[in-house]
Design a protein. Structure first.
Length: 66
């Protein structure tokens, strides 16, 4: 007997906008990106989440706000 679970996460960019401040690594502009993620199990959507992530526009590092 074999069980196969197919899980997938799909992220879609909703909006990009400039954020206040500068990158601590290179001094570049920070960009706020709103994402919508969707978890699927065997092509059936399980959950939707909206997230906001911050990235530097010059060095493309992901920044964590504390």
């Amino acid at each position: 007997m074999c069980f196969v679970f197919v899980c997938d996460e799909d992220e879609r960019v909703l909006q990009r906008q400039a954020a206040a401040g500068a990158c601590p690594y290179c001094g570049g502009m920070i960009q706020a990106v709103d994402l919508e993620s969707q978890w699927r199990l065997c092509f059936v959507p399980l959950s939707f989440k909206k997230k906001r992530k911050y990235y530097c526009t010059i060095c493309t590092r992901r920044l964590v706000i504390q």
